[in-house]
Design a protein around this ligand. Structure first.
Ligand code: NAD
Length: 497
């Protein structure tokens, strides 16, 4: 890699690897055991200003925007191929930063490659459209154009995947951007910049700043030279981003949290539903925005279902990213583990029954931020564990007797990111999936998504969509061009002399 300065990974601004203007650094550690992963530059607000200025200059020069869209698409296909060739390096970096299992990080890299391929292929599929003005002398057309400078702010749970969902469509559409990854997990975004640099993306089109959200990330929401801010993270930060963006009326895309219902009817395939309820809640230690953290199960099977869920949850093996026996990993930090601990404690105080878990990872994981897979049953609407996004390996259980009640409970949340319905009846599946107010609904499955299909939230889970055709459109503006082919005097204001 080219960005190393005495072992320190630096910022990438205007096509150059540069240290922070304050020379400050941050040590990144692996949450599984606290070992050092690397040292990175800690940018200042002035560094973000420089990065925004570089992106502005690059966009206004049209060096990327005026490339034929098919060429921009080919570039993205090259990015996909470069990541494929360096997949082991990328996956290892992601696993060590986030603590997630290597096999999960490898899966994320496959998804990232697929994302770049998808947007590479559709980059030139935006021909615009002719509009019939009803007048033979008029040619009217609507074209899509890049927005300009995009600010991107990403979280720590799927660090490069969330970045890829933004970078790939932004570049496909011809924009320039400045990205700020989560401070705890910067390394794969640094590797991504290395790929873009090596493949010859013009200077200033892609810029990277590293560091604290309030200092380094905040200008991306408020700066007048940023035309759009695309944020993925928590609700509280998302509100701050939207508030800061309001002053300059920039376009805002928000991918926020979820409190996702996993609804199981009594006629569902029992084995598959239990297995996927575990997957829904405990994959990646529950650190998934679309995690099925709310199990809503029909009362006639609830006892047997929860008994089996608890039995299997107790068998889940925790371990670090390179531990091949591990089935789930740590939380991202000690502070985050404290938050989950408090969240579970409050739930129990409010009347939830702890069926399993509810404690840290045990003596063999003393150095790491592990939290045991946890099931809380006897949960009811309004309890904090049912309302708040816990963002950890915690499943709450609610029960229902009728379809109407299931729908009401599943929609009883301020979030609306994703949800699932398990049933063997096609009518039930169809009715319930149409009435759930969430952006993605799985029927008899949990978690899969496709780069070709839109992703995003209803209600407080966000604004806008990533992936799919809308994911590209997000990074464009619509422009109407109205051409009068026979100019004539309008007579609107009569000539008086
Ligand atoms: P977070 O909101 O704490 O941080 C996200 C990013 O925002 C980080 O890069 C952080 O440095 C930055 N930030 C913090 N304060 C800022 C400010 N004032 N201005 C600008 N940027 C600021 O979120 P997190 O804890 O990193 O991520 C977890 C959250 O992300 C969860 O709520 C999860 O549900 C959500 N998430 C959503 C999706 C989705 O697709 N909807 C995907 C992944 C994660």
């Amino acid at each position: 890699m080219t960005e190393k300065t005495a072992g320190i990974a630096t910022l990438y601004i205007d096509g150059q690897w540069v240290p922070s203007s304050s020379a400050a650094t941050r040590t990144v550690t692996c949450p599984a055991d606290g070992t050092e992963v690397g040292i990175v530059s800690e940018a200042t607000a002035e560094d973000t200003e420089k990065a925004i200025a570089a992106a502005r200059k690059a966009f206004d020069s049209r060096v990327w925007a005026d490339r034929p869209a098919a060429e921009r698409g080919d570039f993205l296909l090259d990015v996909a191929e470069a990541i494929r060739q360096r997949k082991d390096e990328f996956a290892r970096a992601e696993a060590l930063d986030s603590g997630k299992r290597l096999v999960e990080a490898e899966g994320d890299m496959d998804d990232i490659i697929a994302c770049f391929r998808y947007f590479g292929k559709i980059a030139d599929q935006h021909p615009g459209r002719l509009v019939d003005a009803g007048d033979a002398t008029v040619i009217s057309r609507v074209v899509r154009e890049p927005i300009g400078v995009c600010g991107m702010i990403t979280p720590w749970n799927f660090p490069l995947l969330q970045a890829a969902w933004k970078i790939a469509p932004a570049l496909a559409a011809g924009n320039a951007f400045v990205i700020k990854p989560a401070e705890l997990t910067p390394h794969t975004t640094i590797l991504m910049m290395d790929v873009l640099d090596t493949l010859g993306l013009p200077a200033g089109v892609a810029n990277l700043v590293l560091g604290d959200g309030g200092v380094v990330g905040a200008p991306l929401s408020s700066h007048p030279d940023v035309d759009m801010v695309s944020f993925t993270g928590g609700l509280v930060t998302g509100r701050k981003v939207a508030e800061a963006a309001a002053a300059t009326i920039k376009k805002v895309a928000l991918e926020l949290g979820g409190k996702n219902p996993n609804v199981v009817f009594a006629d569902a395939d029992f084995e598959a539903a239990v297995d996927n309820a575990l997957n829904a809640g405990f994959l990646d230690s529950g650190l998934v925005c679309s995690a099925g953290a709310r199990l809503i199960v029909q009362d006639t099977i609830a006892e047997r279902f929860v008994d089996e869920l608890v039995r299997r949850a107790e068998g889940i093996v925790m371990g670090g990213p390179l531990d091949e026996k591990a089935e789930t990993g740590p939380l991202i930090s000690a502070a985050h583990r404290d938050k989950v601990t408090d969240y579970v404690r409050r739930g129990i105080e409010e009347g939830a029954r702890l069926r399993t878990g509810g404690h840290w990872g045990g003596p063999e994981h003393e150095e790491g931020c592990f939290y045991a897979p946890t099931v809380l049953d006897q949960c009811t609407s309004g309890m904090s564990v049912v309302v708040e996004e816990g963002f950890g390996p915690v499943i709450t259980v609610e029960t229902f007797s009728t379809e109407e009640e299931a729908i009401r409970i599943a929609n009883d949340t301020e979030y609306g990111l994703a949800g699932a319905v398990w049933t063997s009846d096609a009518g039930t599946a169809n009715r319930v999936s149409r009435r759930l107010r969430h952006g993605t609904i799985w029927i008899n499955d949990y978690h899969p998504y496709l780069p070709q299909a839109e992703w995003g939230g209803f209600k407080m889970s966000g604004v806008g969509r990533e992936l799919g055709a809308s994911g590209l459109e997000e990074y464009t503006e619509a422009k109407h061009i109205y051409q009068n082919t026979e100019p004539a005097v309008s007579h609107w204001f009569p000539r008086k002399n």
